[in-house]
Design a protein around this ligand. Structure first.
Ligand code: ZN
Length: 99
């Protein structure tokens, strides 16, 4: 796992209210280069596939979730991230989505 600290945090406004993000962006080995290169759509695809695979969300919820995540990732990139540091305390390594 890797951790990208926020440069200044950011706020995302949705119909349900304002969400403030200041915590570091944690991701797996596979997602790390996508975060560095700001590959928004690849990151969204991976997040969505995981939600579908784990049967956490259905169609309309997925569409809402995708729009929300897109806003969060985009705003995080715009606000700025510090270089990644390894998170050694976690043994949980995400696989390449089993594909
Ligand atoms: Zn990942």
């Amino acid at each position: 796992m890797w951790s990208f600290a926020q440069r200044r945090g950011f706020t995302v406004i949705t119909p349900l209210g304002a969400h403030r993000f200041e915590e570091p962006w944690a991701c797996c080995e596979v997602c790390k280069p996508m975060v560095v290169k700001r590959q928004l759509h690849m990151l969204l695809q991976r997040a969505q596939r995981r939600l579908v695979h784990e049967e956490l969300l259905n169609g309309p919820e997925l569409r809402y979730q995708r729009a929300f995540l897109k806003k969060v990732f985009k705003t995080a990139f715009e606000a700025g991230l510090k270089p990644p540091v390894p998170l050694n305390d976690s043994k949980q390594e995400e696989t390449a989505d089993g594909e």
